[in-house]
Write a protein that binds this ligand. Structure first.
Ligand code: NA7
Length: 862
């Protein structure tokens, strides 16, 4: 009988070591580990090449789970070199007595799922077989080297080294002619070192990379101790940051920042060394081509300033991919190396390597004689390490087959048909853009909790559903599509390996967002998994449009306060700041004027598309902001777009806000604006016979009330009403107010607080002017379009109101937009599907007004 374990862990790097500790020492399960290496350390056991060093600061590139370990270990440099990181992992393994769980020097040959007994049968390269209930693949992301496939490789008589399989003895390059292929992070590190020793170094470069100064320094003894003693303080907030390191927060966008201010910021961040230029500059550096170009130009200027050999500087300047869309590299004297007489740079993009000979490399018919050849050509990243495990799931499923079009899984950690398997830092999980030790802890914690959850329920099986995989694929693909990453041929995209399918291999939302999604999945009882025979419904966030998730990630990265925690002033500032999310302002005619209210004249803007003759329909648009915030400034761009897209005269009134001006100030003002529009539309080429009242959110309620008031006052005559994600009834309890109680963006608590501020002390709760649901009858109201968003706490009340209108004989169209959220309508700059609102409004107006204006097309991908 093969030996049986509760848990088999594959890999003894950061992930495998922590996994053994968690499952064995915390859950008390029987755990067996395997690693092909001769000891612990994973990546840091294998990658022993000269110059191998981590580019995350030492204090952050470490476990966080044990205060004792952090305090007992001190780091000698700001960025630790490979021997020190390996020593750290050996120290951790000894401290926690982890080595005894492992068999080293042993590869996993296969792991086959038994669907009757619900166990995995694991076979090793030694021919040993064991069974396990749960399988933990802690096999890393960058552990399968890309094989060199150069013609004539076997003929080369010199020494050949691969950086990730470096010998355990020192390699001496003194006086030798060395060639290096590969200028990624690894190549850049090794080139810096070898150039100083080799007789001559030839670098064969296919793609120049963006490399930033590392800013390494050795830490004096007292600083080392101080860092160890203060690690908790130093790392505080790490998990709430984009990358798992508490860097300075970026500004939300670089697009509106003047050039001098941008340059000053880049200078400051550059001088810090490491990642800040990317992560602390602008949140849209990886999504806005213009912002990215700006940073890229800055880096290229820095490279040109360093490299003195004519022509070489140009060759070293990356131009074929946006900044940071290939993994950023970090350097100390990489660019200076090319000023040395013993270093040559050969461009193998213009003329690829032809072949190897006995004595060198031939490029473009020229032979470069070499004694030593070093390959730094990268890895079959993300999927490679898992595909190589020989996993066979239910009904003979293999990953090679399943993933031939790119990886497919749930949260990057689990797969349908591969039950009881957890892939730590698996493809599409938050890892490539996240501080790996923290990613690993997060994923191992999740796997441990999943196993505990399963066993606590007396179950022996946990498995992701196909539906969950579908949603996860939609999300990670959508998130990737919002970025510039697809513009690079990188391992992030699976594009570095010939024949590998290019696609979504990484999670490009922030690590913080990923953590929120996994936490929600746990909160709803392993939503998207089958545990035993029980299938739990998908977590609400899984339904969100990817662009909404991307926005959430950006707002989290800004440290944006939840609306319900904001003061009135903070709410106003936040709502105004959302205008940053609205994209470019359309070029339309804008007239700023005023309209009379009971409290005097108030500002109002009229928008009219350019170049359109004749009378146009008129839409009075009431902005949102929960009665306490919002302004005609904040809604300027959506009004311009409405006018331009749909050929409308759009009139946006400012109205008095609570709490300074509670009910009925806002409804009185907006109704006065409708009246003004009816009387003044013609001045702006508007057709008063085609007058429509519209509004978003609180503005939706004001629009609905204005329609009611117009009916009861006998005018103005309205042709239609358009309610966009309207907040209709302050007091109502609906399912959507429970399901989306936390938002995104608008929480139920925030909405209730805003409505309470509007009605404060007026006792108007049951007044039809506070909410039209209190009207005795809704009959006789103009045709109504209600646009609701699936993931909006206000969704149901808008849809319920549409049903009530229909019940009263009003012509109603009610459309729910899947995956969208409250306020999405006015976030077109970051949520492409915001355009769906405009499309629906255009179609509705066509029908009720009998117009035939050109319509915008739907957002791409819809
Ligand atoms: P990378 O980043 O994949 O870099 C590999 C380098 O090797 C890159 O410059 C490649 O050029 C080059 N390469 C690969 N194949 C060839 C061929 N056939 N001819 C010429 N040049 C070639 O791997 P690294 O090891 O540097 O870094 C991996 C990760 O380790 C890094 O991202 C960090 O997370 C740590 P290409 O760009 O494909 O033109």
């Amino acid at each position: 009988m093969p030996q049986h374990h509760d848990i088999v862990v594959i890999g003894a790097g950061f992930a495998g070591l922590y996994a053994v500790h968690k499952f064995r020492d915390e859950l008390g399960l029987s755990v067996k580990g395997f690693d092909a290496a001769g000891g612990v350390g994973g990546t840091w056991w294998w990658n022993r090449y000269p110059g191998a060093r981590c580019d995350i600061e030492s204090v952050h590139y470490a476990y966080s789970f044990s205060d004792e370990i952090q305090k007992r270990w001190t780091w000698s440099e700001r960025f630790a070199a490979q021997p020190e990181i390996l020593a750290y992992l050996e120290f951790v393994a000894d401290t926690l007595d982890l080595r005894r769980a492992f068999t080293f020097g042993t590869r996993i040959a296969s792991a086959v799922w038994d669907d009757e007994d619900h166990v995995w049968t694991v076979s090793t390269s030694d021919g040993d077989v064991c069974t396990t209930r749960f399988l933990i693949a802690a096999s890393g992301n960058l552990s399968i080297p890309k094989p060199p496939d150069f013609a004539g490789l076997e003929q080369f008589r010199g020494e050949v080294y691969t950086t990730s399989q470096w010998p355990h003895r020192p390699v001496d390059f003194t006086g030798k002619r060395v060639g290096i292929i590969g200028t990624g992070s690894t190549g850049i590190q090794v080139i810096q070192e070898v150039a100083k020793q080799a007789g001559h170094l030839t670098v064969f470069q296919r793609t120049p990379n963006f490399a930033l100064p590392l800013g390494n320094e050795s830490l004096p003894e007292e600083k080392r101790r101080w860092v160890a003693d203060h690690h908790a303080e130093i790392r505080a907030g790490a998990r709430e940051s984009f990358m798992g390191i508490p860097f300075e927060r970026p500004e939300i966008s670089g697009t509106l920042v003047p050039a001098e201010a941008r340059k000053a910021k880049y200078d400051r961040l550059w001088s810090k060394g490491g990642w800040p230029l990317l992560v602390s500059s602008y949140a849209d550096v990886l999504s806005s081509q213009a912002v990215n170009d700006d940073v890229a130009d800055y880096v290229r200027d820095k490279i040109r300033a360093r490299v003195t050999k004519p022509g070489v500087a140009d060759l070293l300047c990356p131009t074929d991919h946006p900044f940071a869309t290939k993994r950023l590299a970090f350097e100390t004297d990489y660019f200076d190396v090319f000023n040395r007489d013993n270093v040559d740079l050969i461009d193998v993009r213009a003329t690829p390597v032809e072949r190897l000979t006995e004595g060198g490399i031939v490029v473009g018919g020229v032979e470069y004689p070499l004694d030593v050849l070093i390959f730094a050509i990268g890895f079959d990243a993300a999927t490679g390490p898992l595909v190589h495990l020989g996993l066979v799931g239910r009904n003979g499923a293999t990953l090679a087959e399943r993933w031939k079009d790119g990886p497919r899984n749930y949260l990057g950690i689990a797969m349908h048909d591969f039950p009881n398997l957890f892939t730590i830092t698996g493809p599409t999980s938050a890892v490539a853009l996240y501080n790996n030790p923290l990613a690993i802890e997060d994923h191992v914690d999740l796997a441990t909790d999943a196993v505990r959850y399963t066993l606590d329920r007396g179950a022996d099986l946990i498995e992701a559903t196909e539906e969950a995989e579908d949603h996860w694929s939609r999300i990670v693909n959508g998130l990737l599509g919002l970025t510039l990453f697809p513009k690079a041929k990188s391992w992030y995209m699976g594009a570095n390996i010939e024949g590998k399918r290019t696609g979504t291999y990484i999670f490009t939302g922030s690590a913080q967002l990923y953590r929120q999604m996994t936490a929600e999945m746990q909160q709803v009882g392993y939503g998207g998994f089958v545990v035993g025979t029980r299938k739990a419904a998908l977590p609400p966030m899984m339904k969100l449009d990817p662009a909404v998730l991307g926005l959430m990630g950006v707002l989290q990265g800004q440290g944006t306060k939840a609306l319900h925690d904001c003061t009135v002033e903070e709410t106003r500032a936040l709502v105004d700041s959302f205008s940053m999310l609205q994209g470019d302002a359309r070029d339309v005619e804008v007239t700023a004027t005023t309209y009379p209210t009971a409290a005097g004249e108030r500002p109002l803007r009229v928008y009219r598309p350019k170049g359109r003759g004749g009378l146009l329909p008129v839409v009075v648009f009431c902005h949102g902001g929960g009665f306490i915030a919002g302004s005609i400034d904040a809604v300027d761009k959506p009004c311009r777009a409405l006018a331009d897209d749909l050929g409308l005269v759009v009139i946006a009134p400012s109205y008095r806000l609570a709490p300074e001006h509670p009910f009925p100030a806002a409804t009185d003002d907006t109704f006065a604006a409708v009246d003004w529009a009816a009387r003044n539309a013609a001045r702006f080429g508007g057709d008063a016979d085609r007058l429509v009242v519209a509004g978003e959110s609180a503005g939706g309620l004001l629009a609905a009330v204005a329609a009611l008031r117009a009916r009861d006052a006998g005018g103005p005559r309205l042709a239609a009403q358009i309610l966009i994600t309207p907040a209709i009834d302050g007091a109502v309890k609906t399912a959507s107010r429970v399901e989306y109680a936390e938002g995104p963006i608008l929480s139920t608590k925030a909405a209730e607080g805003m409505f309470a501020a509007y009605l404060a002390g007026t006792g108007a709760e049951m007044s039809p002017l506070a909410s039209p649901v209190h009207a005795t009858s809704l009959a006789g109201l103009p045709p109504c379009l209600v646009l609701s968003a699936e993931c909006d706490p206000m969704r149901d009340e808008g849809e319920d109101y549409a049903r009530r209108l229909a019940g009263a004989g009003v012509e109603v169209r009610s459309i729910r937009l899947d995956g969208l959220i409250h306020a999405a309508f006015s976030m077109a700059g970051v949520i492409p599907r915001a355009r769906d609102f405009t499309v629906e409004i255009g179609a509705f107006l066509d029908d009720v007004l009998g117009r035939a204006e050109p319509q915008p097309t739907r957002a791409a991908g819809e």
